[in-house]
Design a protein around this ligand. Sequence first.
Ligand SMILES: [Zn+2]
Length: 210
Amino acid sequence: MLVHPVGLGSFIHSNSGKMTGAPLILRLDVTGTPVRWIPWEDAVCLYTRGMVAWTAGEHEFVVRGGHARATGERSCLTIHSIVAIKRSGRGAPLPRTLPPLSNHELFRRDAFLCMYCGDPFSDGQLTRDHVIPLSRGGLDVWSNVVSACRSCNTRKGCKTPEQARMPLLAVPYVPNWAEFLALSNRRILADQMEFLSTRFKRHRPARLSA
Ligand SMILES: [Zn+2]
């Protein structure tokens, strides 16, 4: 089975025939609420089971299957970059909990900047700093963590920003589910980002001090 993108550059096909670098498909519930990213193979299953309620997005992908014995014709399915799935009695519940906390999404939330010195760093150079240190009762939650370079993290130590005289450059915030989905996908397509961005919260991190 091969996938040919329409309106996109070519993807890389490995020797095994597996496609790498293919964009993920944004799965919505029937009301249009973003649910999760799914690989295109899962999207194909949803299409063939008649589970797709409606689609959105500008990108379409043509999936070619096997040849029919009787006619010799090759099966073909077009899937969209954003698909809304029909309501079903069973199935995975919608994500109503807070997005899980991981360094990957945390560093992207903070734009790969140290929230103390403001300098940019790569993924491997950043650390998760607890604004109120764990040793002082702080929690390991979105609203209490920021990206910090190793130097600033070491300098701050087990102190609060006030005690260390290291003011935060931005208030840590809890991303909503749409923001989390945008943060968690490195290969997000422009139409998927546009769809998710309409559900972003208005309060982006506000600068507290210069
Ligand atoms: Zn720093």
